[in-house]
Design a protein around this ligand. Structure first.
Ligand SMILES: *Cc1c(COP(=O)(O)O)cnc(C)c1O
Length: 359
């Protein structure tokens, strides 16, 4: 039997062979016209695939997704702002924490694990003097995909500066940066982009570029003005994760050739394949509006940590455990990265085996 280890976690995920082989090569010197050319291409491709406006810009930040989240908040908001934070789990909490540390006034909208954001809930904050909104389009800790059309309507009506963390959404669910009026879109390398961890990418609207120029940021590494300036000639102010940027170029080229819709369809298909395949197993979906990227499952009569351990040790399969209050009851299965139907067949067989054993 093929005992290749399978990774169904939510990141880092399984990478394509072509991407792995780039990672095995020597790293080129990067203050060159050739590397600048590749970076200009990366910027154009990211704007194209996120459906951003032509006048938008991209910042390439070496630092995991959280660095991107913090940089976005620091460079867009000041003490004069009052922002709404959608907090449906650990990534929503992170935005809240970032606001707290940087002294940005905020109001959290708390959602229970798996709960969707409703228009009724949002409209309670209509016309209340807010200036911005922070949301994780997909709250990866619970698998909930928020209704971005609705969020977008609300933000346009209230003229809110909209920051969207689409770290686990881009390439798994549809992202329409310009149509939704997103000002800063946050992406990271290790989720559906299926690259090594270590980089985040911020796509900025024209209005966001202007905002960044006006905000006085007390930081050197996170001052996006320098990234925008150097980015005009395809460079970054500090040494970036060069190999990831080369891998990004290959990945984006492939996605653009295939079409982003096909890429998303592939992930959606795998999610549906898995969700159908587990009927009969004692699991329930945590969310009624799940993303394509992740299935969060609530377990009946069996401990989620136990299932994680068994799959890891006996079957050489990683799923993704939850933390905090959900630790014993919930686990997540990812559909992002280089996975196939056969991989899910093997996972489902292993899940039956683990359940057989506890009987
Ligand atoms: C993974 C993830 C992040 C980033 O986490 P890092 O560990 O800093 O890369 C942020 N937001 C969401 C929604 C995520 O899924």
């Amino acid at each position: 039997m093929d005992k290749k280890r399978l990774n169904f976690s939510v990141g880092p995920v399984m990478m394509q062979k072509e991407i792995c082989s780039i990672g095995g090569q020597q790293i080129p010197y990067f203050r060159t016209a050739e590397f600048s050319g590749l970076m200009n291409e990366n910027e154009a491709l990211l704007k194209q695939l996120t459906k951003a406006e032509d006048a938008g810009r991209v910042v390439f930040l070496t630092g995991s997704g959280t660095a991107g989240m913090e940089a976005a908040v620091m460079n867009a908001f000041t003490q004069d702002d009052k922002v709404l934070v959608i907090n449906g789990g650990s990534f929503g909490s992170r935005f809240q924490h970032i606001c707290e540390v940087h002294g940005i006034s905020y109001e959290p909208i708390y959602l229970k694990p798996g709960e969707s954001l409703t228009e009724t809930e949002l409209l309670k904050f209509d016309g209340k003097g807010f200036t911005g909104l922070l949301i994780n389009m997909h709250e990866t800790s619970t698998g909930v995909l928020y209704d971005m059309e609705m969020v977008s309507r609300f933000c346009k009506k209230n003229n809110l500066f909209l920051i969207v963390d689409a770290i686990s959404s881009f390439m798994a669910d549809e992202v329409l940066m310009e149509a939704w009026g997103i000002d800063i879109l946050i992406l990271a390398s290790q989720k559906a982009l299926a690259l090594p961890p270590g980089m985040s990418f911020l796509v900025l609207s024209k209005a966001a570029v202007k905002r960044v120029q006006d905000v006085d940021v007390q930081s050197i590494y996170f001052n996006l003005k320098d990234y925008l300036k150097d980015g005009e000639r395809g460079q970054t102010p500090y040494t970036p994760a060069v190999s990831i940027l080369i891998q990004l170029n290959a990945r984006l080229q492939m996605a653009a050739e295939k079409g982003i819709d096909k890429e998303i369809e592939r992930v959606r298909h795998l999610a549906q394949y898995f969700r159908k395949g587990i009927s009969g197993l004692p699991f329930e979906l945590l969310s009624s509006s799940p993303s394509n990227a992740v299935t969060a499952l609530v377990l009946r009569n069996i401990n989620a940590q136990y299932v994680f351990e068994k799959l890891d040790k006996k079957h050489e399969i990683w799923i993704c455990p939850n933390g905090g209050d959900l630790k014993e009851k919930v686990f997540r299965v990812g559909h992002i990265g280089n996975l196939k139907e056969e991989d899910y067949d093997r996972l489902i067989k292993a899940l039956w085996d683990v359940l057989e054993e506890v009987k």
